[in-house]
Design a binder for this molecule. Structure first.
Ligand SMILES: NC(=O)c1ccc[n+]([C@@H]2O[C@H](COP(=O)([O-])OP(=O)(O)OC[C@H]3O[C@@H](n4cnc5c(N)ncnc54)[C@H](O)[C@@H]3O)[C@@H](O)[C@H]2O)c1
Ligand SMILES: O=P(O)(O)OC[C@H](O)CO
Length: 341
């Protein structure tokens, strides 16, 4: 009974800026009940999506629901969410967040919710810090995160997400809009904790993919996930996140999904490294972003600056950027001195 009151009854206007796999899947899920406009930076691809009613490049095989329309241009996507209670979703990768926000600067927008997971490559900033740098404090913003493969959401399978924001009004707006049907939305005030969990789990998924690819077994996988969670928590707490957050959906939940699910692009990077493929080839074959790659460098540098011990991240970064062999990564981790758990 109580759940029902939290679910959106009113039809709302939503614009999703970014038409990769995740932006498209979120737009499709919200279009079960709301009027959704999907915009992407590639005009020709958008036009084709509008005609074929499917995102053939990033989410092939999943037909758009009727209430999902493709935006004719960027201005149309913003006009669509002009009325109060609307939702603007930024669905770019981390690398595209700053340029996207710069396009929004000075424009009348109701709020902004971002979906990307990672630290910015050059600055080491979390997404909410980029938002504040570009838009200031005048726009309510929040991170929507949690264990969620785009293909499963596009299929209408159940999933649970967390909206993290310091604005109670924004959290309520996202819950009222997105909670319902097969999507559950929880709330959190811990933006740092939610964002750190989402960012670092991608690096750890590369590590578990490599370990699995090397045939190291399920014991090794469980050890990497568990020690990985300790690593995420150390960094997250050092940056101001709350310990409990890392035990929740956006911490442990997303870590388990990404480390164990073969739909994960980051896990597939690790599997490819174990086969001896060059990183460039792996990323090209993926055809999607693997946020753990740039994030590994940003996290390694941040951890050094903050004095946080992150052995698994360092080992992954060694393979990605310093020419270490995946087997050497394992040796490096196993040869560490014993310590208390
Ligand atoms: N796919 C998922 O299952 C999933 C789930 C939850 C969160 N996410 C997160 O959502 C974000 C987007 O992931 P995705 O799955 O849509 O990626 P994707 O690779 O499927 O699509 C990326 C989209 O961003 C565009 N893009 C690529 N590089 C860009 C750049 N430098 N600047 C601007 N745009 C760029 C591409 O044209 C494409 O439209 C990532 O941070 C990812 O971690 C993904
Ligand atoms: O496919 P990945 O590895 O980018 O992971 C996708 C999502 O972040 C899982 O929650």
């Amino acid at each position: 009974m109580q759940e029902k009151t939290k679910q959106a009854d009113a039809v709302r206007k939503v614009s999703v800026l970014g038409a990769g796999a995740w932006g498209t899947a979120v737009a499709m899920a919200l279009a079960q009940r709301h009027d959704v406009l999907l915009w992407g930076r590639n005009a020709a691809a958008l036009q084709e999506m509008g005609r074929a009613r499917v995102n053939a490049a990033y989410l092939p095989g999943y037909a758009f629901p009727d209430r999902l329309q493709v935006a004719s241009d960027f201005d149309a996507a913003l006009t669509h969410v002009a009325e109060p209670g609307s939702l603007l979703i930024a669905a770019s990768p981390v690398a595209g967040l700053r340029p996207l926000l710069q396009q929004l600067k000075g424009r009348p927008i109701p709020n902004v919710v971002w979906l990307c997971k990672g630290f910015e490559y050059d600055t080491g900033l979390l997404p909410h810090q980029i938002v504040r740098e570009v838009l200031g404090d005048t726009v309510a913003g929040g991170a929507l995160s949690g264990p969620s493969f785009a293909q499963e959401v596009a299929k209408g399978l159940p999933c649970a997400l967390t909206i993290a924001s310091d604005s109670a009004a924004l959290r309520a707006c996202v819950v009222e809009t997105a909670h319902g049907g097969n999507v559950r939305v929880y709330s959190s005030e811990d933006l740092v904790g939610v964002e750190v969990g989402g960012a670092v789990k991608n690096v750890l998924a590369i590590a578990t993919g490599a370990a699995d690819g090397l045939g190291l077994g399920l014991n090794a996988r469980a050890a990497l996930i568990t020690r990985g969670l300790a690593e995420i928590t150390r960094l997250g707490v050092a940056l101001g996140g709350q310990t409990e957050t890392f035990m929740g959906l956006t911490g442990m939940g997303d870590l388990i999904l990404t480390c164990t699910g073969d739909l994960s692009r980051n896990r597939r990077v690790g599997l490819g490294l174990a086969q001896g493929k060059p990183l460039d080839q792996i990323v090209q074959e993926l055809g999607h972003v693997a946020e753990g790659v740039p994030c590994a460098k940003a996290v390694r540098e941040l951890a050094v600056r903050r004095g946080v011990d992150m052995p698994i991240t360092n080992a992954v970064a060694g393979v990605l950027f310093d020419g270490d062999q995946p087997q050497a990564m394992v040796t490096r981790l196993l040869s560490r001195d014993p310590r208390g758990e």
